[in-house]
Design a binder for this molecule. Structure first.
Ligand SMILES: Cc1cc2nc3c(=O)[nH]c(=O)nc-3n(C[C@H](O)[C@H](O)[C@H](O)COP(=O)(O)OP(=O)(O)OC[C@H]3O[C@@H](n4cnc5c(N)ncnc54)[C@H](O)[C@@H]3O)c2cc1C
Length: 457
């Protein structure tokens, strides 16, 4: 039994926790990083990285299937699932090894075990305690399900979906948000029939409505079936399949049901509330500087209400370390955090949607421009369609950028700079976008909003 003291104790080594630990050591603090499973957390092991590997394997399958369109002789013969798993696992293992080495090289004390907050600044792991001048809570999230819908057998969450040993013949996906549409996209590319059930009126419902509608058209064109505005009622499974019944009485048959209805905060039984941390439905409540109700205790990542994204967690981890060090970092509001959905097509956005901009500023104060990727050479080369919509304040800064099409996720960097730096389209329009890139389409939208469209009607 030991009782050790550190400048900072971090509970949970996912995106938020390990970023806090790394930045804190850079700033000269001694750090204990407590992790019950594997450093890297959800994102590295069962989230961002493995899903994107599967999506890349899906893109390769589509490229093989469509090769003749580009004059290449190739044939799509099928998916070697163990081969895909080996490729995915190699990526994850290599990044995991790299992260372990980085934490060690920075002199962070990594503690293996399940921690519990037993006093405002003390975390207990087994018989040992770790007391910090400051504590960061970063215990992440878990896949939610619906009341009465038990996970098991053919009813799976994203974690089991990542480890499937065969391509489903017919998949039912409950939830048309990011995780649901990414798996739908993968499975369709691999040859499965897919039906998505979404209770809200649109797929990717958090996006600008014009993007959601284009996304639905693209999925329909790919033969991905979806039912919108209808609620799930029940599911039953047998040895051969699963049957989903919707509230409108319709039934859908499949061989797996992926439940992708969101993620809940992983905070139960960790002593937060007992120690005095204000919580709301399992989430840790913080102020905008990520301070909890307990002096010296901060929270980052998916346990803090808002966007559940790895890069938000990284930024919050860095923010908290700098805040503790007295550097007064700037706050980035959630609305200005870039979001990417990596399906085919991709969706990428940052800032206010048109509807939210109008709600905030009034219809007369907002202008938008929608650049169709049909006018963009590189998009034609890639055979992709889509658009880039820029929302601006009339005679004012860019408020939001909303994009759809193959690879548009790679364009979000410039978009988030424009939004966060409150750039005017007139500021950005004279700057040069390389030709031929899809990035030019964003440049064209800025040019058009600055009153000088080039390749636009
Ligand atoms: C299928 C899927 C795909 C995703 N794709 C993307 C994507 O493409 N891009 C993106 O930005 N985000 C993506 N996300 C979301 C992203 O993974 C999360 O937002 C991110 O991992 C949150 O980081 P975190 O540090 O808050 O929590 P986590 O990464 O969940 O880390 C929390 C860590 O705390 C540990 N822990 C929990 N309790 C304790 C305890 N009591 N003691 C010790 N350790 C504990 C856990 O083991 C875990 O390692 C995806 C998520 C999923 C599920």
């Amino acid at each position: 039994m030991t009782d050790q003291t550190f400048d900072l104790v971090v509970l949970g080594a996912g995106s938020g926790g390990y970023a806090a630990a790394l930045r804190a050591t850079e700033l000269g603090m001694s750090v204990a990083l407590i992790e019950k499973s594997k450093v890297g957390g959800t994102c590295l092991h069962v989230g961002c990285i493995p899903t994107k590997a599967l999506l890349h394997a899906a893109e390769v399958a589509d490229a093989a299937r469509d090769a003749a369109k580009f004059g290449v002789t190739a044939e799509f013969q099928g998916i070697d699932v163990p081969g895909v798993q080996a490729y995915k696992d190699e990526v994850v293992q290599s990044k995991w090894k790299g992260l372990q080495g980085l934490l060690k090289a920075r002199g962070i004390t990594t503690v293996e075990g399940e921690g519990r907050l037993v006093a405002p600044l003390t975390v207990q792991v087994g018989a040992d305690t770790y007391t910090g001048k400051h504590v960061v809570l970063a215990t992440g999230s878990y896949s939610r399900t619906l009341p009465g819908l038990e996970i098991g057998g053919r009813i799976i969450t994203s974690e089991q979906a990542l480890a499937l040993e065969t391509v489903p013949r017919k998949a039912i996906v409950l939830g048309g948000g990011v995780i649901g549409v990414e798996f739908s996209s993968v499975w369709k590319s691999w040859g499965a029939d897919v039906t998505i059930v979404e209770a809200l009126p649109h797929l990717v419902p958090n996006e600008d409505e014009s993007i959601s509608k284009q996304f639905e058209r693209a999925f329909r064109k790919r033969g991905i079936d979806f039912k919108l505005g209808v609620r799930f009622q029940s599911a039953t499974q047998t040895a051969d399949g699963v049957t989903v019944t919707l509230e409108n009485g319709e039934t859908i048959e499949g061989d797996v049901l992926l439940v992708a209805v969101g993620r809940g905060p992983a905070t139960a039984g960790l002593g937060f509330e007992e120690a005095g941390v204000t919580m709301d439905r399992g989430f840790v409540i913080t102020d905008e500087r990520l301070r909890t109700s307990l002096p010296g205790v901060y929270a980052v990542g998916d346990i803090v209400p808002g966007l559940q994204l790895a890069h938000r967690g990284f930024q919050q981890g860095i923010f908290v370390a700098e805040e503790i060090a007295g550097l007064k970092p700037i706050v980035v509001p959630d609305v200005n955090i870039p979001k990417v959905t990596y399906s085919d097509p991709e969706v990428a956005s940052v800032g206010l949607t048109e509807a939210k901009a109008v709600e905030a500023h009034g219809a007369d104060a907002v202008t938008t421009y929608d650049y169709n990727l049909a006018g963009n050479g590189k998009s034609h080369i890639l055979h992709t369609s889509g658009s880039i919509k820029v929302v601006r304040l009339k005679d004012g800064p860019v408020l939001g950028v909303h994009m759809i099409g193959a690879r548009v996720g790679e364009l979000i960097g410039e978009a988030q700079l424009a939004v966060n730096w409150e750039a005017y389209p007139e500021d950005v329009a004279p700057l040069i976008h390389a030709h031929p890139t899809q990035n030019e389409a964003l440049g064209e939208a800025f040019l058009a909003l600055a009153g000088k469209p080039l390749h636009a009607i």
